[in-house]
Design a binder for this molecule. Structure first.
Ligand code: 13P
Ligand code: SF4
Length: 332
């Protein structure tokens, strides 16, 4: 029986989710790439750094995490006493898949004089093998605190790592993972769009490949892109990241126009994250009702992974999720 068939016919899902949220003393955290209806009912919508901080600080008994599994795992690592549910346990991430822990361990062992600076988009096991975790909001702040002579392994996103190397003159060894969503943007189609909207700036997430980044006026995290949209002078922005973030832009800035950068055929849905899209209102309702599917992490592993996340939270203090990478304007 599929999850949806266990929902009472005619149920007002929004009202039921609100009732369960209260009954369970639950907080609903959502990433910017979630469907608009989920963003709209969440207690908090944010980027990976902001969501980690919220998960660590909440006094709720239950965290319903509307995002992908590595994000819900992070919430459980930071708040082990809480019940953490993820509406769909199959909501993974291509970057996590690209970095199997045993291969990462072997890579580390082959480079004993390097520290591992690791993107948060990875498994709990890979976090446990890492020294410091970064998000796209906090990477620049954290990298600036690591002496230039220190050798670094950066994984699993080679585009974020390559961007950091180019921007800050570093020589980090890169793990060869990519985000399938950001990889799908087409430079040819982007250039056509830029020609149709002369003067409109391009904002890109650092998970994009260099041929997209090279056209960007601004490069930063999801919250950084949102803040850029608020601060920019013009009225049209081309957005090279997962298009569900445009929902927040349109809510905050109804008089501005936001255009999602295209994929290869100019008009595909290939830039919608298929993992994020697995979460639905129905599955969120069932997760709150049944407190399943639940994140469970073995305690020894959790404590090892927590070290690298704690290092991030400490080293990123002062970073406010503005996407410090390459900012050309200051957000609010
Ligand atoms: P942010 O931390 O910028 O929200 O990025 C998360 C992510 O998975 C982007 O693909
Ligand atoms: Fe992973 Fe890419 Fe989806 Fe982000 S957009 S969760 S990096 S697959």
């Amino acid at each position: 029986m599929s999850i949806e068939t266990r929902i009472p016919a005619g149920a007002d899902l929004r009202a039921e989710i609100d009732r369960l949220r209260k009954d369970r003393n639950a907080v609903i955290l959502a990433h910017y790439y979630q469907k608009p209806e989920i963003q709209d009912l969440a207690d908090f919508v944010g980027d990976s750094l902001e969501l980690s901080r919220k998960a660590a600080a909440t006094d709720a008994d239950v965290i319903a995490f509307c995002g992908v599994k590595f994000m819900a795992d992070t919430a459980k690592i930071l708040s082990p006493e809480k019940i953490v549910v993820l509406p769909d346990m199959n909501a993974g991430c291509s970057l996590e898949d690209a970095c199997p822990p045993e291969k990462f361990k072997a890579f580390r062992e082959a480079h004993p004089d390097h520290i591992a600076l690791t993107y948060i988009n990875c498994s709990t096991e890979v976090k446990a093998l890492s020294d410091v975790i970064v998000t796209s909001s906090s990477a620049e702040t954290i990298l600036a605190k690591i002496p230039p002579e220190q050798k670094i392994i950066f994984g699993p996103d080679r585009h974020l790592g390559g961007w950091l190397n180019r921007k800050f003159g570093r020589d980090m060894l890169l793990w060869p993972g990519v985000c399938i969503v950001h990889e799908a943007f087409s430079e040819t189609e982007l250039m056509k769009l830029m020609a149709q909207h002369p003067g409109a700036p391009v904002a890109a997430h650092p998970e994009c490949p260099p041929h997209i980044i090279d056209h960007a006026d601004y490069v930063g995290s999801t919250s950084g892109i949102l803040n850029y949209a608020k601060a920019m002078d013009g009225d049209t922005l081309i957005v090279a990241t997962e298009p569900h973030i445009i929902h927040q832009m349109e809510k905050a800035l109804p008089n501005k126009t936001f255009i999602g950068a295209p994929g290869a055929d100019g008009n595909c849905n290939c830039n919608i994250c298929p993992y994020m899209a697995l979460n639905t209102m129905e599955k969120l309702y069932v997760a709150l009702r049944d407190l399943q599917p639940r994140i469970e992490i073995e305690e020894g592993l959790r404590l090892r992974a927590k070290k690298s996340l704690d290092a991030m939270l400490e080293m990123a203090s002062g970073t406010v999720g503005k996407g410090d990478l390459g900012a050309k304007v200051t957000g609010d």
